[in-house]
Ligand binder design. Structure first.
Ligand SMILES: Nc1nc2c(ncn2[C@@H]2O[C@H](COP(=O)(O)OP(=O)(O)OP(=O)(O)O)[C@@H](O)[C@H]2O)c(=O)[nH]1
Ligand SMILES: [Mg+2]
Length: 362
């Protein structure tokens, strides 16, 4: 899974990226750096730790999320052709957007719009993303109209209808996130990676002096989180970045002193999982304990495919047990003896926290 960090310039995107990925990417207003930073984060998971203690595997492999930190998007930038290259192009392939909005006050950090105003900035970025989608749609519609003038192709006509629906929505100020597409319609536009269709985590970057106002500040922009597939998290990116550079024990002491019970990393990862409807399952294979990410509602066959296409092809059955049941009972061998493993077929819907053993032949 890949998550793109977007926002206006100088709002704290790279600071957040560093906090999430424990990276040391350069922050600061005086670096006109246009490249992007990419880092993969191991998803911390207490369940995996409990299983590791129990099973004592040779290797423990957590699941991971990739974060891409991009250059700031300025007002009007998309209209000037940022579409082809740069930030907007980089965003097409991500699964979700993390939009960093500046809330912290600091006279030494300039704001591109001259003042701090979270609502205005959320709208500014929304408009840029909307323009970017509209540009893609208009271009494609032009071509489709030309092609369909000389011949009738049902699939292309269907695509045109869906794109026209998207265009009307966007021009009316509705993001594609808010539209429910039928599976056929969804399929017709999936390849475009529309930005306003991607789940969005709004990150309010508050100052460390505003930690006690986090809830009130979030409420002030809550109307934006009522959109489907949108959530708000308030955090202090710079502070979290500094905490991320401490060793684990010091970080814990520091967090509790600041009245924070969970690090930004944990909150953002949990938020991303909720937002994307993701679940985790575990496998134990030749003394290797591994966590995997899957979309909620997916089946044992999808899980098998995530592990290896051969395993999916030769799928016989899945033996499943909830991680907690396994921890209580002590080992997979005992679980099998006590009849605690369920034998499931291809269509079994995988639950969050399942430990799966997939039987297959190739
Ligand atoms: N006081 C304060 N300063 C912050 C906070 N977050 C970021 N900054 C400062 O804001 C400046 C810009 O931070 P970056 O993380 O580089 O912001 P960015 O959004 O990545 O900027 P660009 O990539 O240039 O668009 C740096 O000087 C940070 O130290 C914060 O929560 N409080
Ligand atoms: Mg940056």
């Amino acid at each position: 899974m890949r998550i793109g960090i977007v926002g206006l310039p100088y709002v704290g995107k790279t600071s957040l990226f560093n906090a999430l990925t424990q990276s040391q990417a350069e922050t600061g207003t005086y670096i006109a750096k246009k490249g992007s930073n990419l880092s993969s984060v191991k998803v911390p998971d207490e369940r995996l730790e409990s299983l590791a203690q129990l099973l004592n595997p040779k290797k423990v492999i957590p699941t991971s999320i990739d974060y891409v930190d991009l250059a700031g998007v300025s007002k009007g930038e998309v209209a000037q052709g940022a579409l082809e290259t740069g930030v907007i192009a980089d965003l097409r392939g991500v699964d979700a957007l993390l939009h960093v909005v500046r809330v912290f006050a600091d006279d030494t950090v300039p704001h591109v719009e001259g003042s701090v105003d979270a609502k205005r900035d959320i709208e500014t970025i929304d408009i840029e993303l909307t323009f970017a989608d509209l540009q893609v749609i208009d271009r494609r519609l032009d071509r489709l109209r030309r092609e369909l003038r000389t011949q009738s192709v049902p699939a292309l006509e269907h695509e045109r209808t869906v794109l026209e629906k998207c265009k009307a929505a966007l021009e009316g100020g509705t993001s594609l996130r808010e539209i429910e597409f039928s599976p056929e319609d969804e399929k017709a536009i999936r390849g475009y990676g529309f930005l306003t269709q991607k789940p969005m985590l709004l990150i309010l970057n508050i100052g460390e002096d505003q930690l006690d106002q986090a809830e009130a500040l979030s409420t002030a922009v809550a109307s934006y989180a009522q959109q489907p597939q949108t959530e708000i998290i308030a955090l202090a990116a710079k502070l979290e970045m500094e905490i991320g550079q401490l060793d684990a024990d010091d970080a814990e002491i520091f967090l509790s002193e600041m009245g924070l019970n969970e690090s930004a990393l944990i909150r953002v990862i949990h938020g991303s999982y909720r937002l994307l409807g993701l679940i985790t399952f575990f496998t134990v294979l030749s003394s290797e304990l591994k966590a995997w990410t899957l979309k909620g509602g997916m089946t044992a066959l999808d899980a098998a495919r995530a592990i290896h296409t051969d395993i999916a092809r030769g799928f016989i059955r899945a033996e499943t047990i909830h991680w907690e049941t396994l921890v209580e009972c002590g080992s997979l061998v005992k679980a099998r003896e006590q009849g605690l493993l369920s034998l499931e077929g291809k269509d079994y819907v995988v639950h969050d926290g399942d430990v799966l053993t997939i039987r297959f032949n190739v």
